[in-house]
Design a binder for this molecule. Structure first.
Ligand SMILES: [Fe+2]
Ligand SMILES: [Fe+2]
Length: 256
């Protein structure tokens, strides 16, 4: 359709899209959490009664969203990689580089998982979120490294050739200063026994995406198998302290 023939405001178009998505859902009403709307600069919550009144023949979605790839009953980390993470290249490239550099399986795994917060959940404080998600399933060295790379990446370590990334100057401006909590995290980390594991995430973090690099999740299935405890019930159903995070990722539009 020619856009100019039927000019619509942005919000009218968004409403139309939402309406269409609602129909695609069939018999269920999917709802957006407040956080999803905040990303559009809006603090708003859909009114349950109003949605029900507008769709009297429908119930709210209380499980899987049919618009998203289906997840198996007992999901594994690999299933989340394949069906929920928006981009795998950066993670696979970092892990591939760590493998090529001869690092331990813990470092390779930490590189593979270091940005799952960004790839599948949320950007802000992604190191903390990612570490919390994996904490019950990996060695503490791995989750500590993932959490702490959030801070370490802002501070150079010339002993291993890590400079403050030019990409951060380009992205955040030359005058960007990490917040005090990040500085405190860095200072605490400097003398920690796992400091170098986390530092190696920074060193193997690939800042420029190489579209020609051949990377494959299959290359890491064995390392995942040896180093990630896969709960029998499936990630999200094992009552671990982070099970709810995996469930939320699986069912992001569930009503409650
Ligand atoms: Fe990161
Ligand atoms: Fe990264």
């Amino acid at each position: 359709m020619n856009e100019h023939a039927n000019p619509q405001t942005l919000s009218a178009r968004a409403d139309e899209l939402e309406e269409r998505m609602m129909h695609e859902l069939g018999a269920r009403i999917a709802t957006k959490s407040v956080l999803f709307r905040m990303a559009d600069g809006e603090i708003a919550m859909e009114s349950g009664p109003a949605l029900r009144a507008a769709n009297p023949d429908k119930y709210f979605l209380m499980g899987a969203d049919p618009r998203l790839p289906a997840m198996p009953k007992q999901p594994t980390l690999i299933d989340f990689f394949n069906n929920r993470f928006a981009s795998l290249n950066h993670l696979l490239q970092s892990a591939t580089l760590a493998k090529k550099n001869g690092h331990s399986e813990k470092v390779i795994l930490a590189c593979l998982l270091h940005d799952i917060g960004v790839a599948g959940f949320i950007r802000c404080d992604h190191g903390y979120w990612g570490a919390q998600m994996i904490e019950p399933y990996v060695d503490e060295e791995v989750s500590w490294a993932v959490r702490t790379h959030q801070a370490l990446r802002f501070f150079p370590d010339t002993s291993v050739g890590y400079e403050y990334p030019q990409m951060y100057i380009d992205n955040f401006g030359a005058d960007y200063k990490p917040e005090p909590y990040i500085v405190r995290e860095y200072e605490r980390a400097r003398n920690h026994k796992y400091y170098m594991t986390s530092r190696m995430i920074c060193v193997n973090d690939i800042y420029s995406f190489d579209p020609n690099a051949k990377v494959n999740l299959d290359d890491f299935v064995d390392i995942i198998g040896r180093n990630v405890r896969q709960p029998e019930e499936g990630l999200g159903f094992d009552d671990s302290p982070s099970a709810h995070m995996w469930r939320t990722l699986m069912w992001p539009t569930r009503f409650l």
